[in-house]
Design a protein around this ligand. Sequence first.
Ligand SMILES: [Mn+2]
Length: 337
Amino acid sequence: MAPATDTEICREISSREAYEMLCSLRDVNILIHRSPDGDCIGGGYALYHLLKAAGIRSRVCCADPIPPLYHDITEGVEFEDFTPQCRISVDVADRNLFGDLPAADKDAEIVLCIDHHISNTHYAKALHWNPHSSAACEVLFYLMKDCGLPLTRELALCLYIGMATDTGCFQFSNAGAETFDAVAEIKRAYPDLPYARINRDMFVLKSRGRITLDARLMANAQITPDGKIALIYLPHAWMDELEVSREEVDGVANLPMQIKGVEVGISCKQQPDGSYRISLRGGEHADVSEIAQRFGGGGHVKASGCSVTEGAPEAVCKLLIETAAEALRGQAARGQA
Ligand SMILES: [Mn+2]
């Protein structure tokens, strides 16, 4: 939970207020989360284009390199060199998700956060958010619409990729009517963007190493006797052995949910330092954010994450499954699951 002082000073603001604030800024660092995905990259670059159109210098800052998969967004953009006067963040629910950014960025005051996570800890001075939006890019799309800002080709591409990413190519339950409306508008305005090619690149194609990894993870999946909880465990050594990159591995979180009957899908990835990154996915009824919160993490009802710093792999996996089972029992008792 955020300290009380943090929440006290965070002001929730409308799209118009947010845009007015953006226009009052100079030399902006746009901070996005570690292990960047299509939503924070698309949102970060969309903000860069919006600020540029308003005559304001900015650049996207991330603790980890932007994966080449997102070259459609990044190509042709050259950030200028400048001393930042302020920081904003996009798609970042909490400060600790900045990762290893320079201290000057990650400990600095964040003047504005644009987000869609229900778990946002109100760490910024001002927050423009919609926890019902599928993606930060959806929040940005409607900010632009509310303010009558022109949807350029670059912006359309950034926002499409952000919404496609966070909805699993529009298949998750978070894809709402507003999401489809936004995408319809984007597609109507730019019918010739390479939507199908992007979807195939991002959601279908896998390297041969990743295919082998998936098979191995699934063959070793731990499934509870009632079939409702499935866990896959990824030892760090497998990534080097199969030559699979970190960003390729991000997608394995969705694997357990391919198994029929599974309500909670857990992926536990061992990190080089021996800690574990855990991703949780929920089926039709389960609320996995509750499970993530028990480990100090958070996220959405159907997609959450947390970290475990120590413990033997077997013990950590066992604890994860037990905690998920307990949460499911509780939710069933309350008539949720
Ligand atoms: Mn997002």
